[in-house]
Design a protein around this ligand. Structure first.
Ligand code: DGY
Length: 325
């Protein structure tokens, strides 16, 4: 039997590649960079399956170039890079990589929270520069964490994991979500509140919603105005949920105390002015970058694609409607 032809748009951890190579002909982008639009369209031609990344825009043009494609396995839990409606219309299954990155992403949200509140990067910078003149009572005074209110915007898997880790810090937890989250309510006594109330009451606001038309620029100037002047914003979800230029203004004007960002509106760029602010901590979209998380993503993407290629339902299919057509 002919081996299915699979393309991987950038090198991923070996575990998933090994799985795919057992039964498929696998080609991988040889460069350690995202494919250009033209390269992506070219690479997908005559393929049976694609492992793609959040940096690849998978739209009707890409689908047109791959009429024989039997599935797109996204190497990410977020899938705003894929035109899901179009894939579903064409009967192409699409999968993502949930669960394996939940803890890693929640841990990163905490890393950013602490780094921003306790001014870790500023302090590190002065140590390295040699400019520190010794201990001082007024130096690097930051925000308290213990006992402060944590606001979780979007209490799905990652938002829940972030919230649960607050237990040792005795933080009242507020959350917004479409439906109530019994885990959070039982374990933490968390309260489901309106977005308005969450903004008004939280000392730390951590974003965990997917990027959708309804969440695009959810955090804009008007949201910052409604937050506490002492509050911190943490974003490990998707950059465009935050209006980044308006965040820069809010941080400059002191509408909020600080921010911790792992994602950006126009990656890999940051909004003008962000890099020169001391009250923001920036990481390079690395929330899922742990060994087990990235190898788990690799294995998941491979297992999903293999199922799609066999014509079976992929375990993490995000458009299961394709199977009922
Ligand atoms: C995801 O999976 O959506 C993250 O943003 C990248 O790991």
């Amino acid at each position: 039997m002919k081996r299915p032809r699979v393309y991987i748009t950038r090198m991923i951890p070996k575990e998933g590649i090994d799985l795919l190579e057992e039964s498929c002909l696998v080609d991988i982008n040889p460069e350690d960079r995202p494919l250009s639009r033209e390269e992506l369209i070219d690479a997908v031609r005559d393929r049976d399956g694609l492992v793609c990344l959040l940096t690849d825009r998978i739209d009707s043009q890409v689908m047109d170039a791959a009429p024989g494609i039997r599935g797109f396995a996204n190497f990410a839990v977020g899938f705003d890079n894929i035109d899901l409606k179009e894939a579903t219309k064409r009967g192409i299954p699409v999968s993502n990589t949930p669960d394996v990155l939940t803890s890693a992403t929640a841990e990163m949200a905490w890393a950013l929270l602490f780094a921003a509140a306790r001014r870790v990067i500023e302090s590190d910078r002065i140590m390295r520069s040699g400019a520190w003149k010794g201990w001082g009572p007024l130096q690097f005074i930051g925000g308290d964490v213990t006992g402060k209110t944590l606001g979780i915007v979007g209490a799905g898997r990652i938002g829940t994991a972030m919230a649960v880790k607050s237990k040792g810090f005795h933080m009242p937890v507020l959350y917004t979500n479409e439906s109530p989250n019994p885990t959070l309510e039982e374990i933490l006594g968390a309260r489901k509140v309106t977005f308005e109330e969450l903004l008004k009451e939280s000392d730390f606001v951590s974003i965990h919603v997917p990027l959708l038309p309804s969440t695009h620029h959810l955090f804009d100037r008007s949201a910052f105005m409604r937050m506490k002047r002492t509050a911190y914003l943490i974003n490990t979800s998707r950059g465009p949920v935050v209006h980044e230029a308006e965040l820069v203004a809010a941080l400059k004007e002191g509408l909020i105390a600080g921010a911790g960002l792992d994602v950006y509106e126009f990656e890999p760029k940051m909004a003008e002015g962000l890099a020169s602010l001391d009250n923001v901590v920036c990481t390079a979209h690395t929330a899922s970058a742990t060994k087990s998380s990235r190898s788990g993503m690799s294995v998941k993407a491979a297992r999903n694609l293999l199922a799609m290629l066999r014509g079976e339902r992929a375990p993490d299919c995000i458009n299961p409607e394709v199977y009922t057509k």
